[in-house]
Design a binder for this molecule. Structure first.
Ligand code: FE
Ligand code: FE
Ligand code: ZN
Length: 279
């Protein structure tokens, strides 16, 4: 089954996102629970959730993916920024209990010169504080491009965070792989996809891979930049992207586009991928 969708605005609520997804021929989607800059969270209304659940079941949606705000930095040098990260993270996970059985993705953060030795324990500390809130949600660490001082551009870094977290069963804590980010980080999913996935399996475990961000990249391989491009217009190219979604190890994992598109552009990319997908 191909669970395919894209990032949607949560301005109209869950039922509105569900309806938009159906129009785009999507059967999953990604969204923010609050302003991506980390502001106040939107109210969650029980009627909206009930309507969303009906749409999701009628249209056989896969798991949907909430994305943490970009300002959430669990390994900031600044203690008050880490405290903010922890509070927002915990509040988001409590909100996720309104839509049980779904996914919450976050960026491990930027260590801003502190180094991994300090950053990784800080990330683990925040996870240990917030994970008890994730009763019916799987929390995912996103693979990063390694721009600036980003943590999580190497599979080993994500594996270390997961191994050190107190609550870390695969159904609780996993990984979201971003194709633009891993390619920029130096994992050659264009020419060596099998080997990259083998490496992921060896270091993190493919059972941890529970969501995919499907993006082409504006920048070249191993550039350590984070510039998403529309499918087929970047350095990954259409053929590599189609091979990627058809890889047997990735079947059934929800895929979300974060390409620079409006809704009509997303609809076209979804159509292209569905056309080239082999059940
Ligand atoms: Fe992200
Ligand atoms: Fe992403
Ligand atoms: Zn990105």
């Amino acid at each position: 089954m191909l669970y395919l969708g894209c990032h949607l605005s949560s301005a109209g609520g869950f039922a509105a996102m569900g309806k938009t997804a159906v129009k785009l021929k999507a059967n999953t989607f990604q969204f923010f629970l609050r302003n991506p800059r980390g502001g106040a969270a939107k109210d969650i209304k029980s009627e909206d959730i009930a309507e969303y659940k009906k749409i999701a079941s009628e249209n056989k949606f896969g798991k949907i993916l909430a994305h943490a705000p970009y300002t959430l930095n669990p390994c900031s040098k600044d203690a008050s920024t880490r405290e903010f990260a922890q509070n927002v993270f915990a509040d988001d996970l409590r909100r996720m209990e309104n839509i049980p059985g779904n996914l919450y993705n976050f960026h491990p953060g930027s260590h801003v010169g502190q180094g991994l030795e300090i950053a990784i324990p800080q990330i683990v500390e925040i996870l240990d504080a917030v994970m008890p809130e994730a009763k019916n949600t799987t929390v995912l660490l996103e693979t990063m491009s390694g721009k600036g001082s980003e943590v999580g551009s190497r599979f080993e870094e994500l594996a270390e965070i997961i191994a050190k977290a107190k609550i870390n069963a695969p159904e609780k804590l996993g990984v979201c792989l971003d194709t633009c980010h891993v390619y920029s980080a130096g994992y050659d999913i264009v020419n060596r996809l099998d080997e990259v996935l083998e490496e992921f399996d060896k270091i993190i475990g493919l059972n941890r891979l529970q969501a995919i961000h499907l993006n082409d990249s504006m920048t070249e391989f191993n550039s350590h930049k984070d510039r998403h491009e529309c499918l087929g217009k970047g350095s990954l190219g259409e053929d590599a992207i189609i091979r990627f979604v058809n890889h047997p190890a990735l079947k059934g994992i929800p895929i979300n586009l974060e390409t620079p598109n409006e809704l009509d552009g997303y609809a076209k990319e979804i159509e292209l991928l569905r056309k080239h997908y082999q059940e």
